[in-house]
Structures are given as structure tokens and as C-alpha cells.
Design a protein around this ligand. Structure first.
Ligand SMILES: Nc1ncnc2c1ncn2[C@@H]1O[C@H](COP(=O)(O)OP(=O)(O)OP(=O)(O)O)[C@@H](O)[C@H]1O
Ligand SMILES: [Mg+2]
Length: 346
């Protein structure tokens, strides 16, 4: 017996014309019905481009006809009527955000590896390189970015009834933390989280951004997957510590991004080593695990960040090292990674 899941799986082979992502992960497939080998699929495009619709229909039909047990296929692709003279964004309803050039997720397989620290310092480093930058803190369990960025005020509401993100050091920030009262634990259900994150993208006045960095919650479970599907990501980077890199934790992160067809930009190894006051280099968690794992997985190694007391202190003070000590080694490590990231994204 054919199942809806099998149909969906087969449709994942169909890419959105001109993109590397498939039509399922873009959320185009709205309805699937299977009855005695007769398959009916209905899709909704946001692009008015009839040629794209035609191509998706033809390729979907081809993919489904090849499935064992299928004897009749009907694919209906709905698309809005062409707007005269207007070129429509294929993601108009697919939550791509006008004005934001690249959305990049920072993820880790495990908590406490310095993901938020990396996100904050990379944001500030990209700003220093002359880019317009926003930060989106999606960590529902421990939204720590407002603290690290020294932002205490909450978003205000504009005349157009949109949220205006507070900013510091030239970096705009939206955080789940802004919506919480004090230290109350978050016991939101999945749909509420997704809705909130969607609003963080569509109901926030981000203005023109070159990069929006997204701090995902630690781990690679359902919450992370859902978020990856909610946010139109251009790429993801994985933060690891040397010892975790070799434990399959990085592989889980990679698998998560692959599941939703988000290109992996590379690995950052944090807490690579510590330089003692005597000048001696101490490899507390071992060293090079991130680099070795990147090589094994054939993905880019974006760089390493040593353990510096200044990084932790700066985080606690609400002024990231890239801002407080821009010319010191800790800041330079982040700027190098920001440069590598920018190059990777083109
Ligand atoms: N390279 C580093 N040198 C020194 N301290 C660091 C470094 N990276 C992170 N830290 C410190 O380690 C702690 C954990 O970092 P951070 O909160 O960024 O991790 P995280 O992966 O976001 O954690 P969580 O999973 O809880 O979200 C913080 O106190 C931070 O200041
Ligand atoms: Mg964090």
C-alpha cells in the first residue's frame, strides 16, 4: 500500500527550478491523496511564473509515475495570476523577508559549546567589516543574546504596527527573551514557537540587512528542524568544541541541515586551546577535532577560537570582545571567521 509519506519522499526529488532546495522543503505541497494506486497532489506556488509551475508539474508527475504501485497521477499546481510588469519573489508567502540578503543559522549538536558567543561576535565582526547585520535569537530554552549584546530595552512598535528591533553596536536584535517575563521557564508548545519565529521575520522592521544571523536552540531535535523549516535559511554553520567534534555531534548537525536542504557553510571549532599566563599552550579539550571532522565530512573548516577569559568576561558585561578589544587576538579570531563566512556566501 502506497502512503502519503512515500509520495512526499518521492516529491523531494523535485527541485524548485533554479534552486538547490526541493519543493517539499519549500512547503509547496499542500495536499496528497492516494487511492488504489491513483495519486492526486495539489501544490500552491507563490510565484506567478507559469513556466515554473509547468516545470514543477511535469517533474513531479515524472517522479511519481516512477513509483512502484502508482498507476494514475494527477498533479495540480496553483499559482497566482501574473501581476502586470511585476517580478514576484517566489517566496512571497514562503516567508523570505524582503530587504534581508542572507539568513544564516548558527547551530550546534550540543549545548554549552559557545554557540551564542560565536553568533554575537560574528555579528559584531560582520558589522565591523562594513555589513548591515541583524541577530535573531531563537533559543527558546535560554535566550542569552540580549545579555551578551548589552540590550535591555524591548522592541517598540512602529506606526505601521511592526516591531522595531532594539540595537547595540550597530547590530539589530530580536529575541524570544524580549517576550518573557523575568526568569519564567518557557513551556511553549511547538506551534506557538513557530508562529512567534515567523513573526520575528515578517512583523519586524529589519530594514536592509546583508546578514541575519540566527541563534538556534542547542541540539538537533524537532524544535531545531522546525525552526530550520520556518526560517528561509541560506546556510548554516556548526559550532563545536574539539572533543565533541569526534563524537558524532557534528554529524547530527550536518544531518539536520541536510534534511531541510540548507547548505552547510562550515564548522567553527570553539574553545580550541588555552594560552596560560606563562605562554604555554594548553589544549584543555584536545585540539583539531573540528578540523578533522570537517575534513572527514568534506565540509569547510571556517576557523578556530581559543579559550580566552576575555571572551567570557565580555559576554557577561554585555560588550562582545570584537567591540571591547577589537585589535586583540580573541577579536581577530572572530573577524577571520567572519571573513571566511562572507567569502563562502559570496
Ligand atoms: N572561546 C571562549 N573562551 C572563553 N569563554 C567562552 C568561549 N566561548 C564561550 N565561552 C563562555 O562559555 C559559556 C557558554 O557559552 P555560550 O552561552 O555562548 O554557549 P551556547 O552554546 O550558546 O550555550 P547554550 O547551549 O546554553 O545556548 C559562556 O559563559 C561564554 O562566555
Ligand atoms: Mg546559547
Amino acid at each position: 500500500m502506497l502512503t502519503e509519506a512515500e509520495i512526499k519522499e518521492a516529491l523531494k526529488a523535485v527541485k524548485y527550478p533554479g534552486y538547490s532546495r526541493d519543493i517539499v522543503s519549500f512547503g509547496l505541497v499542500k495536499r496528497i491523496a492516494v487511492n488504489n494506486g491513483a495519486v492526486t497532489v495539489s501544490m500552491q506556488l507563490t510565484s506567478a511564473n507559469a513556466e515554473v509551475a509547468q516545470q514543477i508539474k511535469a517533474e513531479s508527475e515524472r517522479a511519481l509515475k516512477n513509483l512502484a504501485g502508482v498507476n494514475r497521477v494527477q498533479v495540480e499546481v496553483n499559482h497566482p495570476a501574473a501581476t502586470p510588469g511585476g517580478v514576484q519573489n517566489p517566496w512571497a508567502n514562503q516567508n523570505r523577508v524582503p530587504g534581508i540578503r542572507k539568513v544564516v543559522a548558527v547551530a550546534s549538536g550540543k549545548g554549552g559549546v559557545g554557540k551564542s558567543t560565536v553568533a554575537v561576535n560574528l555579528a559584531c565582526a560582520l558589522k565591523r567589516l562594513g555589513e548591515q547585520v541583524g541577530l535573531l535569537d531563537c533559543d527558546i530554552y535560554g535566550p542569552s543574546i540580549p545579555l551578551m549584546m548589552g540590550i535591555r530595552q524591548r522592541p517598540t512598535i512602529s506606526e505601521a504596527e511592526k516591531m522595531v528591533p532594539p540595537a547595540n553596536y550597530g547590530v539589530k536584535l530580536m529575541s524570544i527573551g524580549f517576550l518573557l517575563e523575568g526568569d519564567q521557564p518557557v513551556i511553549w508548545r511547538g506551534p506557538m514557537i513557530v508562529k512567534t519565529i515567523q513573526q520575528f521575520l515578517t512583523a519586524v522592521e529589519w530594514g536592509e540587512l546583508d546578514y541575519l544571523l540566527v541563534d538556534l536552540p542547542p541540539g538537533t531535535g524537532d524544535a531545531q528542524l522546525t525552526l530550520c523549516q520556518t526560517v528561509p535559511l541560506d546556510g548554516g554553520l556548526i559550532v563545536t568544541t574539539p572533543q565533541e567534534a569526534s563524537l558524532g555531534v557534528v554529524r547530527k548537525g550536518i544531518a539536520m541541515f541536510e534534511k531541510v536542504n540548507v547548505p552547510i557553510l562550515g564548522i567553527v571549532e570553539n574553545m580550541s586551546y588555552f594560552t596560560a599566563p606563562s605562554g604555554e599552550r594548553v589544549e584543555i579539550f584536545g585540539h583539531g577535532g573540528g578540523h578533522a571532522e570537517a575534513e572527514r565530512q568534506k565540509i569547510t573548516f571556517l576557523g578556530e577560537i581559543p579559550i580566552f577569559t576575555e571572551i567570557r568576561v565580555a559576554g557577561d558585561l554585555g560588550m562582545p570582545v570584537v567591540i571591547s578589544n577589537p585589535d586583540q587576538p580573541p577579536a581577530r579570531a572572530f573577524v577571520r571567521i567572519a571573513e571566511a563566512l562572507r567569502q563562502k556566501l559570496g
